[in-house]
Design a protein around this ligand. Sequence first.
Ligand SMILES: NC(=O)c1ccc[n+]([C@@H]2O[C@H](COP(=O)([O-])OP(=O)(O)OC[C@H]3O[C@@H](n4cnc5c(N)ncnc54)[C@H](OP(=O)(O)O)[C@@H]3O)[C@@H](O)[C@H]2O)c1
Length: 298
Amino acid sequence: MKILITGCHGLLGQRLVKFAPPGCTIVATDVHADHQFTSPEIYRPCDLTDRDAVKELIDTVAPDNIINTAAFTNVDAAEEQRDLCWLVNVIAMENLVQAARRVHAGIYHLSTDYIFNGQNGPYRENDTPNPLGFYGQSKLAAEMVLKGSPLNFTIARTMVLFGHSVNKRPDFVGWLISKLRNGDPVHIVTDQIGNTTLNDDLARALWHLVRTSFHGVIHLAGREIISRFDFAHKVARIFNLDPSLINPISTADFKQRAPRPLNSGLVVDKAIYTLGLELSDAEGGLRKYKAVVENESV
Ligand SMILES: NC(=O)c1ccc[n+]([C@@H]2O[C@H](COP(=O)([O-])OP(=O)(O)OC[C@H]3O[C@@H](n4cnc5c(N)ncnc54)[C@H](OP(=O)(O)O)[C@@H]3O)[C@@H](O)[C@H]2O)c1
């Protein structure tokens, strides 16, 4: 099976490339001209917002499936850079769909709990979306593009992704570790709750979906629902850092630029009970993350 992985330099994309199962031929793409840490033999740079470039890439590669992790993921910046966010999250999706139709490829696409408003989470796969911010609106629009297409598709929604990666904007856990190591006090919100997701777990789960030709909408995250503040305390404990530097704050007082779904979370029963996919809870994920950081040089 030939698989095209988009966003291969990202927090998830890097690990998807790393855990590609034997027997799969991988082609990896991202927007940067330089292959960075991806092996040059499998890397094909492409700006997914460029329709002709996407068509050429997919005509040439002719993948059986595309795993689309590329996205504009900076939730706060999305409020100000709306045109770019829409281009990357929605127009790129349209470009992928059009090109995939020509070669009859399926698409496995990543989405988010931010499509929900956080008034009554955790959410099931068929609950009604109502995004609060522009990032969530763009991710929902991308879902609609895919759902309206004739392709075989999967939408895998996840949330609070963390884990090892190289040369990336740090995830929440990486950011917190560096702050606490420097002895910097931090304020962490107590009223944003939901699941957490280790990137390696998610990558392996996605490969399971591809191998078993799963199609449809699925929530993939750790089962446990936890506040960001409690998660931060687990980070401090597991990485032997000073928890007294972690100060509680409410979302109202924290004043992030984009609105956040507060009482969020994804119900993951479908993944666990119909597919046998159980991802790590917060503590288990952090322990695996720590082991990877200690053992992996890249
Ligand atoms: N991170 C989370 O907490 C989280 C939570 C829920 C859902 N998700 C979803 O999960 C997926 C993967 O997230 P992630 O955290 O791995 O994202 P990420 O680390 O931001 O990686 C996304 C990759 O896409 C690339 N990209 C941006 N614009 C592009 C373009 N025009 N053409 C081609 N590639 C482009 C980015 O390059 P640059 O770095 O140069 O921009 C980056 O390498 C996304 O769909 C995201 O919405 C993430």
